[in-house]
Design a protein around this ligand. Structure first.
Ligand code: OOG
Ligand code: MG
Length: 274
């Protein structure tokens, strides 16, 4: 269904410029687990700036439903992801408490639209980070632990295809996230040199090193702090931040056993059930 048809069915006034309307369209798609026509088809005026305004509205609406923000995610920070999605710029989105899956727990396929999985490094902050001008070294100094993570992305758009403003409005395709159990102090590891394998059903599907993310995953967190800083927002103590996928995302299906292994960081996994 397109945004225009959705508006007609709900007999809402045709003010598609309204960010609330677009945010609700995307929240409905998520709740009803169906893919929808991307927003820019009916609303080509959507640009990066007003797409973040739609995202902010969507985040506000989730908070009104009593969900709480546990952290943020960077996306499209590796060449592999940029090429896979045809989008050339890093983006960010928000992670909520209801997105957390237990390590080696189950993902119910029926609660998703067309999920894909990504291996990522996550940072747990023990200091606030305020941009602009933040460097990777400053991020590491503000990080309590780094942990291996799997992100499940589930674009609300048809065929998982979108433009940059579309995916920003859609909270960067955020759906679920799984964190590994081992916590590593950032001064104990060279995150750029960490080798990792994403394996599905025991087969290595994707491989990369941490440096695939902007040369060093801490650079992704610095870029996020700097993007937020331009809006007067900060990363906060206790937040957990995903640095973005190191490899392409992989489609998952019922029965899949998914695991990422990261040198010196440990492992993380889940199983896809009905
Ligand atoms: C957008 C989200 C990308 C990542 O880690 O690069 C992302 C998408 O590909 O749907 O989460
Ligand atoms: Mg991701």
């Amino acid at each position: 269904m397109s945004l225009l048809n959705w508006l007609k069915e709900r007999r809402l006034p045709m003010q598609i410029a309204e960010k609330k309307t677009i945010a609700q369209y995307l929240l409905d798609a998520e709740r009803e687990r169906r893919e929808v026509v991307r927003v820019t088809v009916d609303y080509p005026e959507l640009n990066v700036e007003n797409a973040y305004a739609v995202q902010e509205e969507l985040v506000r609406m989730k908070c009104e439903e009593n969900l709480s923000i546990v952290g943020l995610k960077m996306g499209l920070t590796s060449r592999a992801k940029m090429e896979q999605m045809g989008v050339e710029e890093p983006i960010y989105g928000y992670l909520f408490n209801n997105m957390l899956l237990e390590n080696y727990g189950e993902l119910s396929f029926g609660t998703c639209i067309h999920p894909k999985v990504e291996a990522e490094i996550a940072f747990i902050l023990d200091k606030d980070i305020e941009g602009p001008g933040v460097t990777g070294a400053q991020v590491l100094a503000a990080t309590e632990y780094v942990v291996p993570a799997l992100e499940i992305i589930d674009s609300r758009y048809e065929n998982f295809r979108f433009t940059l403003p579309d995916v920003i409005a859609d909270n960067a395709s955020a759906s679920r996230v799984v964190f590994g159990n081992s916590l590593t102090r950032p001064d104990r590891i060279d995150l750029d040199l960490v080798g990792m394998v994403l394996n599905i059903n025991g087969k290595a599907r994707e491989m990369a090193a941490g440096a695939a993310v902007l040369g060093h995953p801490a650079h992704a967190i610095a870029a996020l702090a700097n993007m937020l800083g331009r809006k007067g927002e900060t990363l906060k103590t206790g937040q957990i931040i995903l640095a973005g996928a190191v490899t392409e995302a992989v489609r998952i299906d019922i029965g899949d056993i998914v695991q990422a292994k990261m040198d010196g960081l440990g492992d993380v996994g889940f199983t896809v059930v009905d």
